[in-house]
Write a protein that binds this ligand. Structure first.
Ligand SMILES: Nc1ncnc2c1ncn2[C@@H]1O[C@H](COP(=O)(O)OP(=O)(O)OP(=O)(O)O)[C@@H](O)[C@H]1O
Length: 504
C-alpha cells in the first residue's frame, strides 16, 4: 500500500510533470508558430528590400555613369574656360590697344573737324569773293544773267523705264554751271551762270541771288524773272511752298533780307522807305492784285480791265515807272509784305490746261521800290526790285488749249515772244526796241533797258515727256544769257529833293 501510495504519488508527480511538459510544449509550439510567422514576414520584407536594393543599385549605377560623364564635361568646360580666360586676356589687351587707337583717332577727327571748319569758313569766304567777282565781271560785261533750275520728280511722277534726261558735267569749267540734255539719243550741252540740280534747297538758291537783291538797296534796278513751261517750278522758286519756312521762295527771302539790312544800315544814318505793288498781266490786261475794290477781281478777265481803272503805263525821264490807278502800299516789315503776298495770291487768276490743273496763266509782277536817304552824307538812292513769275511758256500744240484757254496761251506766247524780241533787239543794239509790243515788256522797259541788273531763272521739269519743252526753254535761256544789254547804273543823288518815289 505504501508502495502503491508512493507509486500513486509518484504517478501523480509524473503526471504533474507531464502536464508541465505539455504546457511547455504548447507554449513553445505557440512560440514556434509566432516565430514562423515572423520568419515569413521577414522573408517578405527581405524580398521587398532586395527588389528595392536592386532598383537602388541600378539607380546608383546610373547616377555614377552620369556623374562620371558630368565630371568629364566639367573637365572639358574647365579646359574651355581656361582657353576663354586666355582669349579674354588677349582681347583685353587688344581692347586697350584699340581704345588707345580710338582715342588717338578721336583726337585726329577733332583736329580734322576744326581744320575742316576753318577750311569751310575759308571756302565760304572764297565763294563769297568768287560770287562778288563773278557778279562784277557780269555787270561789266552787261550780260543778262541766267540761272537754270531743274525741279525734282514729284511723288506722283515716275521715270519708269525712260533714261534720265539731264546730266551735269563735272569738269572744272562747267562744274555747277553745265547741264546736258539727252533727247532721242542726241545730247545738247548748255552752260549758264549757275545750274541748280533737283536737290538744290531754296536756301542755296537764295544765297546765289542775295547779292543781287542787296544791290536794290544800293540804288540799282533789279529784275528777276522765272521762265519755263507750266509745272516746271517757277512759282515754287519765286514764292516757295505756302506755310513752309524751309521752302520759302526767293520773294519772301529777298524781303526778309532787305528789311534786315535796312535795320543794320540805320546805324550808318540810312533811312529807307519801301513801297510795294503787285500786279498780274492776264490776256494783255493789267490787274491790280492789291486793290481792295471787289469789282477788280470780279471783272478780272475782261479785255478792257476794270471799269474806271486805266492802269496806263508811263515812264518818266528818270526811268521811274508809273501805272495809273495801281495800289501802292507803304511797308515797314517783311511781315506786312507777307500779308500783302497772301492777299495777292488769293487774287491771282488761275486756269486749267491739260498740263497743270492749277496752272498760273498770268504774269505776276512783284515790285518793291526802295527810297533811301542818308542824313549824315546827304546821299539818296532809289532802287527797284522786280520779281516776276512769268506764265507757263509751253507751246500751243503741247498745252492742248482751245477756246478761252487758246486765247490765254496766245496772249502768253505773244508777251513771252515780245520779251525775247526786246532782249534780242537790245543785244543787237537796234535803234528800235519793241518795248510797246506787250504790256509786260513796256512795264519792265526801264529794267530791261540796260540800266538794271537782270537775272532770269529758267525752270525745267525732269519728266522725259517734257524734254522737248525743256529744250526750247534752255535754248531760249542760252540765247538770253549771251545777250549784252548794257551796264547797270546806280540811281543816286547827293541832294535829296523828294525822298519818295512818284507814282501815277
Ligand atoms: N525745287 C522743287 N522742290 C520740290 N517741289 C517742287 C520744286 N519745284 C517745283 N516743285 C513742285 O512742282 C509743282 C509745280 O511747280 P510750280 O507750281 O512752281 O510750277 P510753275 O512753273 O510755277 O507752274 P505754272 O506755270 O503753272 O505756274 C508744285 O507742286 C511744286 O510744289
Amino acid at each position: 500500500m505504501k508502495q502503491k501510495e508512493s507509486l500513486v504519488s509518484e504517478v501523480g508527480c509524473l503526471r504533474g510533470d507531464l502536464q508541465q511538459v505539455r504546457e511547455d510544449r504548447d507554449r513553445q509550439l505557440l512560440q514556434v508558430q509566432a516565430l514562423t510567422a515572423e520568419v515569413v514576414k521577414y522573408k517578405e520584407w527581405t524580398g521587398k528590400y532586395v527588389a528595392e536594393l536592386d532598383h537602388l543599385t541600378l539607380k546608383s549605377n546610373d547616377l555614377e555613369a552620369r556623374c562620371s560623364s558630368q565630371s568629364e564635361q566639367i573637365r572639358t568646360l574647365r579646359d574651355q574656360l581656361s582657353v576663354a580666360d586666355k582669349k579674354l586676356q588677349m582681347t583685353d589687351l587688344s581692347a586697350m590697344e584699340t581704345r588707345t587707337v580710338f582715342e588717338e583717332q578721336t583726337k585726329l577727327i577733332d583736329d580734322l573737324q576744326s581744320r575742316l571748319a576753318i577750311a569751310e569758313v575759308k571756302i565760304n569766304e572764297g565763294e563769297e569773293l568768287r560770287r562778288k567777282l563773278h557778279n562784277t565781271i557780269l555787270e561789266l560785261k552787261g550780260n543778262i544773267r541766267v540761272f537754270c533750275r531743274v525741279r525734282p520728280l514729284l511723288s506722283d511722277e515716275d521715270l519708269g523705264k525712260e533714261p534720265k534726261v539731264y546730266s551735269y558735267p563735272t569738269t572744272a569749267e562747267t562744274l555747277g554751271r553745265g547741264i546736258d540734255v539727252i533727247q532721242n539719243g542726241q545730247k545738247s550741252y548748255f552752260t549758264f551762270d549757275k545750274v541748280f540740280m533737283p536737290d538744290a534747297a531754296q536756301e542755296n538758291v537764295f544765297v546765289e541771288i542775295s547779292q543781287l537783291v542787296q544791290s536794290a538797296l544800293d540804288g540799282y534796278k533789279v529784275c528777276i524773272f522765272a521762265y519755263g513751261q507750266t509745272g516746271s517750278g517757277k512759282t515754287y522758286t519765286m514764292m516757295g511752298r505756302p506755310g513752309s519756312s524751309t521752302e520759302k521762295g526767293l520773294i519772301p527771302r529777298s524781303l526778309e533780307q532787305i528789311f534786315q539790312t535796312r535795320q543794320s544800315l540805320q546805324s550808318q544814318g540810312w533811312k529807307y522807305e519801301m513801297q510795294v505793288s503787285m500786279l498780274e498781266i492776264y490776256n494783255e490786261t493789267i490787274r491790280d492784285l492789291l486793290s481792295t475794290s471787289q469789282s477788280c477781281s470780279d471783272v478780272s478777265r475782261t479785255e478792257s480791265g476794270v471799269a474806271g481803272k486805266q492802269y496806263a503805263i508811263k515812264h518818266d525821264a528818270n526811268g521811274n515807272t508809273h501805272v495809273s490807278d495801281l495800289t501802292i502800299v507803304d511797308v515797314r516789315s517783311s511781315r506786312e509784305v507777307s500779308f500783302l503776298l497772301d492777299q495777292a495770291a488769293r487774287s491771282r487768276s488761275v486756269g486749267k490746261t491739260q498740263m497743270n490743273e492749277q496752272s498760273s496763266r498770268s504774269h505776276f509782277v512783284f515790285t518793291l521800290r526802295i527810297s533811301g536817304a542818308n542824313e549824315s552824307t546827304e546821299q539818296q538812292v532809289q532802287g527797284v526790285l522786280n520779281l516776276i513769275d512769268l506764265a507757263g511758256s509751253e507751246r500751243l500744240s503741247k498745252s492742248g488749249a482751245t477756246g478761252d484757254r487758246l486765247k490765254e496761251t496766245q496772249a502768253i506766247n505773244k508777251s513771252l515772244s515780245s520779251l525775247s524780241d526786246v532782249i534780242f533787239a537790245l543785244a543787237k543794239k537796234e535803234d528800235h526796241v519793241p518795248f510797246r509790243n506787250s504790256k509786260l515788256t513796256y512795264l519792265l522797259q526801264p529794267c530791261l533797258g540796260g540800266d538794271s541788273k537782270t537775272l532770269m531763272f529758267v525752270n525745267v521739269s525732269p519728266e522725259p515727256s517734257s524734254v522737248g519743252e525743256s529744250l526750247c526753254s534752255l535754248r531760249f535761256a542760252a540765247r538770253v544769257n549771251a545777250c549784252e544789254i548794257g551796264i547797270p547804273r546806280r540811281q543816286t543823288n547827293v541832294r535829296p529833293s523828294d525822298s519818295r518815289l512818284s507814282y501815277g
